[in-house]
Design a binder for this molecule. Structure first.
Ligand code: FES
Length: 56
């Protein structure tokens, strides 16, 4: 599912960034340039990130 329409970032991109070693939500945002345009995706992206970590 698309999380960030401005940048075309999906929930899988976020999970892949975590799997590749991004150690914080801030790092995921930096790597993917997530929420860097309109910013509307920030809270949904955070939820995707938190949900993925909760399943470790
Ligand atoms: Fe992510 Fe606009 S939807 S920056």
């Amino acid at each position: 599912m698309y999380v960030c329409l401005c940048k075309g970032i999906t929930d899988k991109h976020i999970r892949d960034a975590v799997d590749a070693g991004a150690g914080s939500f801030r790092e995921v945002r930096r790597q993917l340039e997530l929420a860097s345009q309109c910013g509307k995706c920030g809270s949904l992206a955070r939820n995707v990130y938190d949900s993925y970590l909760a399943n470790f």
